[in-house]
Design a binder for this molecule. Structure first.
Ligand code: ZN
Length: 478
């Protein structure tokens, strides 16, 4: 969709941003290539409505896009603030590391009933992009206001590992917390090292049959010991965070339990055990992210046995239905070969997270519009890859990446069909953005300028690329 602007109170206004508050007109406009919030036509005593701004001629106020002004915007126009939506049938996380993707996401999610989580970032991503949760949320609020999107969106404090981080996100109004329990999951413990099972586990589970839809789950002593050894601490950690922040209902936020960031696969028995123990501990949660079999690597299709995947996720989905929550699929971008299965076996009820693919689409725009800048970045990424690899699990083979000296400008965008190039560019994003010579950024400023100039190209690319995800997941437009 092409952005529309119009002349309004002498400003080049974003048409869809024009709203009234009392007698005032509040809208966004561009001036000298910068975007502002403008307040016009307000005759009352609190003429600036609480915004920090400068007064111009004729009682018009011009406000910069600061954190304080984002807070005012969320207060006077509540649809610019995040809401809870993780319990809706289909929800999707859209980690926008650059703070520029929401307009494109809006173009897509205006047309369907999927609940979008426009703000979603982990602490690792905050650190790698030098951003704060304030920035992440404010960028979304401004985009939502500018585009007049009023259907509601979520904000996810993603993969949080500490009470301090959970509190940070919640205090800013984030409406979803993904608790990463991986530091408390004991992958390496084997069942033999568990000498005695607690009596409560024996009474509840040992040799009992749990019938979940068409599947019978039976805990042998060996399997029960394994469940207890691996997950007991993680369950206690999740219950502790729940009691600290969610039990009192002080915050309007949904709770996701993430047990996916581990080496060993979550078996259906382990999933059942963890969920059942959490529920017995009084923990209410909207989603669980198990670690599925095969590999969900960043930015590329599923790697593994799709038949086995279907068999296991069918049971995982049944367990989730049994307890009344949804499965959450992490690193969900670009998993085109398994999307139809996910949509089908979950009966259209799931949460799926994407992040890096939005960055890859932004880099594809660079390859299309400024080949020489793309070449510079590509060469730098090759030198930075070893460092970036420390943070991500990928199986990238740099030798499969063509020497770009032999690739024509017009063929550069097609590099984004090559999985090894995708992962090279995907995981080096933090190093690319922060790369400096002396004190100046080498790429960051040029990149943002390019993305500003090619905004519609990026929007259309996101509509197409994320749209393809939704289509294969079985989501239809309304
Ligand atoms: Zn995860």
């Amino acid at each position: 969709m092409i952005r529309k602007s119009m002349q309004y109170y002498g400003y080049e206004a974003y048409e869809k941003s024009i709203n009234n508050f009392g007698s005032a007109s509040v809208f966004m406009a561009k001036e000298n290539n910068q975007t502002f919030i403008i307040i016009a036509g307000n005759g009352n005593s609190d003429a600036a409505l609480g915004f920090s701004c400068e007064e111009r001629d004729n009682g018009i106020f011009r406000c910069e896009l600061t954190h304080k002004n984002a807070c005012v915007l969320r207060k006077i126009f509540p649809w610019t603030a995040p809401v809870r939506g993780l319990r809706k049938p289909v929800s999707i996380g859209l980690g926008d590391r650059l703070g520029i993707a929401t307009a494109g996401h809006i173009d897509l999610f205006e047309k369907n009933d999927v609940f979008p989580v426009f703000a979603q970032q982990s602490i690792r991503e905050l650190n790698l992009t030098n951003r704060t949760y304030e920035d992440v949320l404010d960028a979304v609020t401004f985009a939502v206001f500018r585009e007049g999107y009023k259907k509601g969106f979520g904000a996810d404090g993603d993969h949080l590992k500490t009470a301090k981080d959970v509190e940070y996100a919640l205090s800013l109004g984030f409406t979803m917390i993904t608790l990463d329990c991986s530091d408390h999951i004991k992958n390496n413990v084997n069942a033999d090292s568990v000498s005695a099972l607690p009596k409560k586990y024996i009474d509840k589970y040992l040799n009992k049959t749990f019938s979940i839809e068409s599947v019978d789950l039976v805990f042998t002593e060996q399997e029960l010991k394994q469940c207890a050894a691996i997950y007991t601490d993680a369950i206690a950690f999740a219950a502790d965070i729940y009691n600290k922040f969610f039990a009192s209902k002080k915050y309007e936020a949904d709770f996701e339990i993430s047990i996916d960031e581990t080496i060993s696969v979550t078996t259906p028995l382990q999933h059942f055990f963890t969920a059942n123990e959490l529920i017995d501990a009084g923990v209410s949660f909207a989603t669980i992210a198990p670690r599925f079999c095969g590999e969900f690597q960043k930015g590329i299709d599923y790697i593994g046995d799709t038949i086995q995947f279907e068999k296991e996720i069918t049971i995982h989905a049944a367990i989730a239905r049994h307890f009344g929550y949804k499965l959450s699929i992490h690193s969900g971008s670009d998993k085109f070969s398994v999307f139809p299965v996910i949509g089908r076996v979950t009966q259209g009820q799931f949460h799926i997270k994407t992040a890096g693919t939005n960055w890859l689409e932004a880099m594809r725009v660079v390859a299309v519009t400024d080949p020489s800048l793309y070449r510079e970045i590509h060469s730098y990424a090759l030198t930075a890859f070893a460092e970036a690899r420390k943070y991500y699990h990928v199986t990238t083979d740099l030798s499969k990446i063509p020497d770009i000296a032999n690739v024509n400008d017009t063929e550069l965008p097609a590099l984004f069909e090559n999985n090894d190039v995708r992962q090279l560019i995907h995981i080096t994003y933090g190093l690319i953005l922060n790369h400096k010579k002396n004190t100046a950024y080498v790429f960051k400023d040029r990149l943002y300028k390019l993305w500003r100039q090619n905004e519609n190209l990026y929007r259309n690319a996101l509509v197409k690329h994320i749209g393809r995800h939704l289509e294969l997941l079985g989501v239809t437009n309304t």
